[in-house]
Design a protein around this ligand. Sequence first.
Ligand SMILES: Cc1cc2nc3c(=O)[nH]c(=O)nc-3n(C[C@H](O)[C@H](O)[C@H](O)COP(=O)(O)OP(=O)(O)OC[C@H]3O[C@@H](n4cnc5c(N)ncnc54)[C@H](O)[C@@H]3O)c2cc1C
Length: 392
Amino acid sequence: MKRRHFFQQMGLPLAAASLASLASAAESAHGNTSRETPPQCDDGGLKLAPVNARADRITGVYTCTRPFRLAGPRIEMERLGQKHIVHNYGHGGSGWSLSWGSSMQALRLARTTHVRELGVIGCGALGLTSALLAQRAGMSVRIYARELPPDVASMRATGLWTPDSRICDLSHAPLLAKQWEEMTRYSHAMYQSMLGLPGNPVEWIEGYSLSSEPFERASHPGVADEPDYGEFGDSVADLRPRSVELTGSVNPFPAYSTRRFSIMRFNISYYARMLMADFLGMGGKIVVRDFSHPRELQRLPEPTLINATGYGAKALFGDDSVIPVRGQTARLIPQPEVNYALRIRNISMVPRSDGLIIQEIGNTGDFNNADATPDRAASESLVASLADLLKA
Ligand SMILES: Cc1cc2nc3c(=O)[nH]c(=O)nc-3n(C[C@H](O)[C@H](O)[C@H](O)COP(=O)(O)OP(=O)(O)OC[C@H]3O[C@@H](n4cnc5c(N)ncnc54)[C@H](O)[C@@H]3O)c2cc1C
């Protein structure tokens, strides 16, 4: 099952797995499953700007933990002393992708308390979208958070629309399926409304999956120490452009079997600033505050609070169901001419306006690993491998 999931996330035939996925779910957005023969394309040449993959061009190495829960995100309301707390955390590798839809569901719960003033704990992807949706519903909102962008974990994400990346384990998928689909469709619609804006916070880009052997024959063992994850792709197939196998003269990587896919990409640095500016522009208030126990929430003036503390919920609410899944990205000096994503072997590259994001996929040792210490040597070696592979 693990292996099948992995392929489906990639939108590749089973045998194509040695490519692994672009950020695992990059191609889950493309709607191709192992059961389909991809359309082939040979209708003209295409030249792509070369990637300047050199370790001395690394501008930063960023490590953080995905807040994963086997049962999927926690979106429910509980009464705690005088407060209603609506939880909105535990989005694994899909926090940005699902943020609008998840926050819509959290706000729906908060609105049953009929308050006009709302407190939001957390200023990452989930906190910001919860706060903005509440403002749009006419509420006066205050965000309380220990860290603000650019220091929140959300800022270390890759920046792809990957709504079912490490979102729950396989056994919980049937229970989550309907709720996930609602979040995914709502988020997708919100993101379409942000296309074409100045600064390109959200864009559709193209990417290439490369395999040194034909896709039908390639294989990949999956990530040995991670669970089988929930699969939801089919239910939103209409939102996913199909990938296309490139053959002959149209293949820009003639040394490899190549598939081209389309995916939504978030320019996170700019996008988060835009969300902050929108929030403040609508009269939102931000208070920097570190809570060490839920009873401290009782002293806040707002009677209803949305808890969007991400991995922080484990410590603050003692929720041991939150499992850290470590991830690391390296950022190379931006190359505006490189506006395509790449997936080759265990390496993913995503172009953003703030840099080329290089990440290792399918690493063992990341699951249940809360160590957020950057490992620069690992990133340098990954960049060197990318350079070697691209020489071909
Ligand atoms: C390497 C990597 C790549 C990723 N790529 C993608 C991707 O391409 N697409 C995607 O959709 N997702 C991706 N993710 C997942 C995504 O980053 C997370 O799901 C998302 O950031 C979670 O957002 P959040 O708002 O819940 O948490 P956070 O961003 O961690 O925000 C939590 C907020 O709560 C505050 N807080 C926490 N505890 C306390 C406390 N005790 N008191 C006060 N404040 C507190 C923090 O200061 C912060 O403001 C990736 C994750 C990793 C690790």
